[in-house]
Design a protein. Structure first.
Length: 367
């Protein structure tokens, strides 16, 4: 009881960004007393619980950990609900919902991490925060998202901790804090010598659970295909920046062939071309490729029709992924300075007015 209560007090304190000293001063105890509570050495007096609950913006039931811990499925369901709230009611409502659930389940680091990732994606779509002149609000929310990542990076779960550090490193690189990014990257684990998923698949095979083994391996294949696609995108950027344009073209062709060989959706096959044409400022081919990408995400991806992914099951709410990805892609092109050269054109205006639909036979150089 003491240990669980101590962990809950510490987690709620960190959610509010309070130090032990600040909390001690606010509730009228010593820093040593707070430290003993959080380390499970002692418990606060029962008369102190309502004071602590008010200070930590929660209730006594939550403080005493009467709420059950979230399972992975339950956390995923809450993130899906958060996404629906964002698209129905906007960013502020989604942000408020997440903070409420974190207060309700202060021990769920998975909820903190996935919530921060969901809000990051929502921020990319919430251009109105900036377009309406509320730059300060946008900056404040970005700081809050980063705070959530930092909280998740302190998780006892190695997977959650590493993912949070990865996301933080990406954010640091985005604002050119390369030293900060390097420090976080150095803390990430190297590749493991064993493959847990492969062992799980082998176990399923031994038990003659063929469908389960097939789904594990097919999901691994899909993840590997997506990872390989991003490797090609990075190599294309390197080749262009080094002035090796013929190599960049070759890499785009190789990426396209690989995506099609692995039955990936059209968006994956077109992404390397889009990056190549963006780096080359080739507006016509870039817009044609963008059209194919938008058409692909609008139509969706029926990957279960491929023999390569026959055992994979679609996740709940997956049908909403395509339309939301289309909105994200359009928002990126509309507001990211890298794509400014695309926006002053009749084709871009046509894409916007048509809601993103365009011909699908694009994406390749005509030469």
């Amino acid at each position: 009881m003491k240990e669980e209560l101590g962990r809950t007090i510490q987690q709620l304190r960190k959610v509010q960004c309070y130090t032990q000293e600040q909390m001690a001063d606010a509730v009228g105890v010593s820093v040593a007393a707070v430290s003993k509570w959080e380390n499970g050495v002692s418990c606060p007096d029962v008369t102190m619980l309502p004071v602590l609950a008010r200070y930590l913006d929660t209730d006594v039931n939550t403080l005493l950990s009467f709420h059950k811990k979230l399972s992975e499925a339950e956390a995923a369901s809450l993130i899906s609900e958060l996404s629906d709230i964002f698209f129905d009611s906007g960013f502020e409502a989604a942000y408020a919902f997440l903070l409420e659930k974190i207060r309700e389940y202060p021990g769920s680091d998975m909820l903190v991490l996935n919530g921060a990732m969901a809000l990051s994606g929502a921020m990319a779509l919430s251009s109105t925060l900036v377009m309406d002149g509320d730059q300060k609000a946008a900056e404040r929310y970005e700081e809050e998202i980063e705070r959530l990542y930092k909280k998740a990076s302190e998780s006892d779960d190695p997977a959650i901790c590493s993912q949070a550090r990865f996301m933080l490193a990406s954010r640091y690189m985005g604002r050119e804090d390369y030293d900060g990014a390097e420090a976080l990257i150095d803390m990430l684990p190297d590749e493991q010598a064993y493959d847990k998923r492969q062992m799980q698949a082998n176990l399923c095979l031994a038990r003659n659970q063929l469908a389960a083994a097939g789904e594990i391996e097919e999901r691994k294949l899909m993840l590997a295909a997506n990872s390989l696609n991003m490797v090609f995108v990075t190599l294309i950027e390197i080749a262009v920046r080094e002035g090796r344009l013929e190599d960049a073209q070759y890499l785009a062709e190789a990426a396209d062939s690989t995506a099609r060989a692995l039955d990936m959706w059209e968006y994956t096959a077109q992404l390397p071309w889009f990056e190549l044409y963006t780096h080359r400022k080739d507006r016509d081919n870039c817009l044609k490729t963008l059209g194919s990408m938008l058409a692909s995400v609008t139509d969706g991806w029926n990957y279960t029709s491929s023999p390569l992914y026959r055992h994979m099951r679609k996740k709940e709410g997956e049908e909403r992924f395509g339309p939301r990805m289309r909105e994200s892609l359009l928002s990126a092109v509309e507001h990211d300075e890298r794509y400014a050269f695309l926006r002053d054109s009749e084709e871009w205006n046509r894409i916007i007015s048509a809601g993103g639909g365009t011909d699908r036979g694009a994406g390749q150089d005509e030469t």
